[in-house]
Design a protein around this ligand. Sequence first.
Ligand code: HAM
Length: 495
Amino acid sequence: MWNRVEQTAREVFGTFGFGEIRPPIFEPTELFARAVGGETDIVSKEMYSFTDRHEKLELPKVMGDYGGFIEKVEKLYDSGEIPRTNNNDLLLTRAKTHWKQYVEHATTGPFVAEGFENLFRMVIAVNALQLGPELSLRPEATASVCRAYIEHNMHAWPQPVKLYYTGPMFRRERPQKGRYRQFYQIGAEVLETLQQGQGGAKDIPKDAAVDAEVIEMVMAFFGRLELQGVQLEINSIGHNAPDCRRGYVEKLKAALVEVKDKLGEDSRRRIETNPLRVLDSKLEHEQAIIATLPRIGDHLCDDCAKHYRELKRQLNLREVKYEENWRLVRGLDYYMRTTFEITAQGLGSQNAVCGGGRYDGLVELLGGPPTKGIGFAIGEDRLMLSLQEAGKGGVAQGRDVYIAWMGEKAQATAIAAARKLRDAGLRAELPPVEQKLGKALGQADKLGARYALILGEDEVVSGQWTLKTLADGSQKKMGEAELVEFLKGARALSG
Ligand code: HAM
């Protein structure tokens, strides 16, 4: 089932000109913090992060080695091999000072408590140093795709660059149906670096058409899978400017402060950290309050409003049905203008099976050239759940043919027949030991085979093999070459 879904994604995305990218499972934590946003739930609470070890450094085991160790650390720190963080800076200075004071005491001193204290503090500081880079298991892959785009100079490829990926993502969330700590996404991204003379308001029709085609592609994929109850919601969250989203957020904040006492704890905190996310709240008692808040649609700048109108027109041209949802803000910071989510049947509270949006400027934020982006990711586990629920998931493993062979002489023929059939792309099951005909046919039935090839001594001698159609019990005799052709034809007809 997973294979079928991924294979279908490859086929459908391929028809839209997408090629596969395989980003790594972990990246520097900093990449996600910058791209997804430090205040988001994903980065602040949900990432699996760890400090890697430094290749060449191990903490000294003997007191006397600390002096040399500090010198080594200092060199590596200056060359940037040890992460240059504020905390490391502080710790290193502290370690050096204490080491110096300890040495002074040790050489000039009577060796007293102060000397020990310096030694002790130095060891604590050195032990707290972050020697290796901070890494995280990827919580999503858009950041990685943008990182790879920059690292491999994809701006020099024919534009736009269209990429898709499949694979596991990791978020420390409370597990429940449809929400896992290791889950799978199928995602796609369209990236386009601005060429000379590009950008600005004149690009709006083109950008909106790209957005609509990306959405059309997901919908085509879901259609091909016969996913049930598919609903697309769209919104525009404008762009980060005072006359657009930033202005709106100020108004929203002011309105939220007014109703602060009626809000739950999470929403109250978000007034300061991320007011837009209050709109995401699913708390029953907050719904009526949220309905009265100012709406972003009324505060978009002219260009963003135009982009949003044009997106809707483009979706209509493609006969893609959508609902507008002004509360759809998404939980990642990189979005601007278009955001969308798709829900499907049978998923309970975790019903978003796909989320995406436009992220112009993200590549630049990560150190690349000014580049536009739009993409989405599908939650593959949820997709599976929904397909299963609707009875669209199960594909019986099945066999084209079960080879029922009887008698020692028939085994060699059966082995050769299995090889021929498999070479022709047919799924052939060859029992390792001889079976009675009744048992063989029963086994063939259990495995969902369409045909049984019966090979007894008569068949071996005559070269005329017996093929039994299991659905109706009818039998035919034919030679080897004819049999292979016949089964190939039957396979092609059944798809
Ligand atoms: P996202 O909305 O965070 O977006 O995730 C996309 C989809 O992944 C969700 O709609 C959901 O189906 C699935 N998902 C997320 N978390 C879990 C979980 N814990 N368990 C199971 N499924 C989950 C992104 O990840 C963006 N990178 C999408 C994107 C690509 N935007 C632009 N390009």
